[in-house]
Design a protein around this ligand. Structure first.
Ligand code: BGC
Length: 741
């Protein structure tokens, strides 16, 4: 539809219809017969709200959505189609490793492919918009939602943000927008704007207090990268940022997002975040909350009646100009138009493709590859790869469990996930297995449905499981111990104060160790954990995160040596919870401590080290790599010249296996007008090499990579010396110097 026709349509709408476009209603209302009864009615939506709504959350299925769309459009006075949105975080039905694990692959191009699959599966199921990527910078392992992000680094997060947006939407066309009418191209929704990951204490929904510099240099780049990649929508966040809740924050939404970055797409609130302006204490009632959110720039109200119940009155009273209402409505109509919904309101919904494409072999293959690439080998004293799977016992609560999809895999069935036990069969190993203990959380877990028996059991049963496992361990050469966090211990509203594995699992580890010290631990987790004991008692330690549909197969691929691990930590694994938040790109401080310095009055703890147990960017391989000294093509970069310095290294696979290494470039600004990180990631390249093979990796360093918010608040590079580091972890000391002059 032409823009002029859209504007005509807009001018034809009644004020009630306009408001309707800005109202999102949970799918449960539409599931049956557009009836507003049942528990969801606590939201007080009316029959009229349903008749005029603009979008629907969380219903899926080609037939169902086609039927809802038809019935809805028949009833709507202008037959405007609904937008169907849902939380597709790790994939739709083919589940990929959680975003944190994808971050560990250091391979954004692979995540782009996974996003393409997630979008096409979702498109066949009738969806139009996916609530991801989540690009919140995550430095605090206590926060349950770190599994939804790609970790602690602004640059890495930006690469993944752009890759996933492009995977969903395709690249931008000449008009600056993606071609969303194409099959399988859906709108991304970048969230949560902004700085949701900075919650104090890692407690979900908690306050965020950041300096404008830290916000801009560290937290905002990943959202901006997503906007530059063309995301059509952005979601607000629940948190307060510097005393103003994000969902009513003009500075964030109007000054930065719209004006500075030129974002012209749709801004949607997070779930009930507009109504929560009342709980934040900045609005006295829902009408004031609607006023604040609307003026700050939020276009769609997710799942409350703040807009439905108040916008008309606010416009009639003249408090909200009708032009503001029109601006928001036009954005929603434009998005529907870009998706082609006025021509084809069902878009790609296709019941027969749903049956054949979803979870097809190709998609599973990609998921298996993505999972294997995300695993991080933290320790290996010759125990991996396994040399004799027949004399290896697999023990632990994850061994026969298919509960290996990440939190938010809400449309996927566990029955479609491959457990380790199934992976063992598929690989043809004749290893024996035992449970050892149940998942055994030390505290009640909400959201378990009827399955509490999986993690709480009586002492007698646990004792029998333990004894059986100890007997088996004693009779085998090697034990693969499958331990960790259950998926529901992570995700939204799953912050933790302790970063340990459940005590029953710790006991299992200790008891096995007494009879067999040849332990390979396979660790399932959605966040960095305190692994001191697990690491000390294991000969090898492989982090497999929440690996998704093909987890069991991918784990066997890596344990057996078919695939060499190549993941790197996207978040530092702390020594213990007292260090958290701990991240590599911290500021220098005036009293920087270096390991072994006897001076007491330095920035350090007296009882624990400063360094995390395993740092950002770290991960081992079955092969070995040599990275040469850094070669610079020049060592002075003239300011304002627009030129680059090329820094290169040669990477050689000096081991005996085909494997991949992630070459990482860090830069340290030696002197600047504001305090700078000790080093910051500025480039990555994952290289795949055969034994003996070598490759030159070159990074172009340009002035814009050196910019910072100086003491005068200007965003630009400052002249002086810079140290660059190129190596295979954030701790590399392979360095060279150049200056900007
Ligand atoms: C979450 C969002 C999610 C939304 C819709 C909220 O609770 O914070 O990330 O997209 O629910 O399900």
């Amino acid at each position: 539809m032409q823009e002029s026709r859209l504007k005509e349509l807009l001018s034809d709408l009644t004020i009630e219809e306009k408001v309707g476009q800005l109202v999102q209603i949970p799918g449960s209302f539409f599931e049956e017969d557009f009836v507003i009864t049942g528990p969801a009615n606590a939201m007080n939506f009316t029959k009229e709200d349903l008749r005029l709504a603009g979008s629907v959350l969380s219903v899926v299925g080609a037939e169902k959505l086609t039927d809802i769309q038809k019935r809805f459009m028949d009833e709507h006075p202008h037959h405007i189609p609904l937008l169907f949105m849902a939380d597709i975080i790790n994939g739709y039905r083919t589940i990929f490793p959680v975003p944190l694990a994808q971050g560990a692959s250091f391979h954004p191009a692979l995540s782009k492919k996974a996003a393409e699959v997630a979008a096409l599966e979702s498109a066949y199921a009738g969806l139009h918009l996916l609530f991801s990527p989540m690009v919140d910078l995550s430095r605090d392992a206590r926060w349950g939602r770190v599994m939804e992000s790609t970790g602690e680094d602004p640059y890495l997060n930006s690469l993944f943000a752009a890759a996933i947006v492009e995977g969903y939407q395709g690249g931008k066309g000449a008009d600056g927008h993606p071609a969303l009418t194409e099959k399988g191209r859906l709108s991304a929704c970048v969230k949560h704007f902004a700085a949701y990951g900075g919650a104090i204490g890692g407690r979900d929904y908690n306050t965020v207090e950041l300096s404008e510099r830290t916000l801009r240099e560290e937290y905002l780049p990943s959202y901006q990268a997503a906007v530059e990649a063309g995301t059509e929508t952005v979601m607000t966040s629940f948190n307060v940022l510097n005393r103003i809740p994000a969902s009513g924050n003009r500075h964030l939404m109007r000054d930065i997002l719209r004006q500075e970055w030129g974002f012209d797409g749709v801004l949607i609130s997070d779930w009930a975040a507009i109504a929560e302006l009342v709980s934040h204490g900045i609005a006295e009632d829902q009408k004031e909350a609607a006023y604040l959110a609307m003026q700050a720039g939020v276009d769609i109200d997710m799942c409350t009646r703040c807009y439905a119940g108040n916008l008309k009155e606010l416009v009639e009273e003249g408090r909200i100009p009708e032009t503001r209402l029109d601006e928001a409505v036009l954005r929603v109509l434009r998005l529907k138009n870009r998706l082609g919904l006025f021509e084809d309101p069902f878009k790609d919904a296709d019941a027969s493709q749903e049956k054949t494409y979803i979870l097809c072999n190709e998609n599973r293959k990609l998921s298996r590859e993505a999972a294997a690439e995300s695993f991080v080998l933290l320790k290996n004293e010759g125990a991996l790869p396994l040399t004799d799977t027949d004399s290896t016992a697999f023990i632990g609560p994850f061994t026969d469990s298919a509960r290996i999809n990440g939190a938010w895999s809400i449309f996927a069935g566990e029955k479609d996930a491959v457990s380790i036990e199934a992976g063992i069969k598929n690989a043809g190993f004749s290893s024996k297995t035992a449970k050892g203990c149940l998942f055994s959380a030390d505290y009640p877990l909400q959201g378990m449905g009827g399955k509490n028996a999986d993690y709480l059991s009586d002492e007698k049963e646990e004792e029998a499981l333990l004894q059986e496992a100890v007997r088996l361990a004693g009779a085998c050469e090697t034990v693969v111990l499958t331990l960790g966090e259950l998926n529901i211990m992570t995700g939204e509203a799953a912050s933790r104060g302790m970063l340990d594995i459940p005590s029953k699992q710790q006991r299992l580890l200790r008891e096995i160790y007494k009879v067999n010290q040849n332990i390979v631990t396979v660790l399932f987790t959605g966040r960095p954990l305190d692994l001191r004991e697990v690491s000390a008692l294991s000969k090898a330690l492989l982090v497999v995160w929440q690996p998704g549909s093909e987890g069991g197969n991918a784990i066997c691929d890596v344990l057996s040596g078919k695939v060499s691990p190549s993941g790197k930590l996207p978040m530092s694994f702390p020594y213990c919870v007292g260090q958290v938040p701990v991240y590599y790109n911290e500021l220098s401080t005036g009293r920087r401590y270096r390991e072994g310095d006897p001076n007491k009055f330095l920035s350090k703890y007296i009882d624990i080290p400063n360094a995390p147990l395993y740092p950002f960017g770290f991960g081992l391989s079955y092969s070995a790599f040599a990275i040469s000294e850094i070669m610079l093509d020049r060592d002075i970069l003239p300011m304002g010249s627009g030129e680059s310095i090329h820094a290169s290294v040669t990477v050689k696979n000096t081991g005996e296996r085909e494997a991949a290494e992630v070459v990482q470039l860090y830069i340290r600004d030696e002197v600047a007008s504001t305090a700078r990180p000790v080093r910051a990631l500025k480039g990555i390249e994952k290289v795949f090499l055969k034994p003996g093979e070598e490759k030159k990796v070159s990074f172009a360093i340009s002035e814009d990579m050196l910019r910072l918010y100086g003491a005068d608040d200007e965003f630009r590079a400052e002249k002086g010396d810079f140290t660059i580091y190129i190596g295979n972890s954030s701790e590399t000391e392979n360095a060279a110097r150049f200056s900007l002059s």
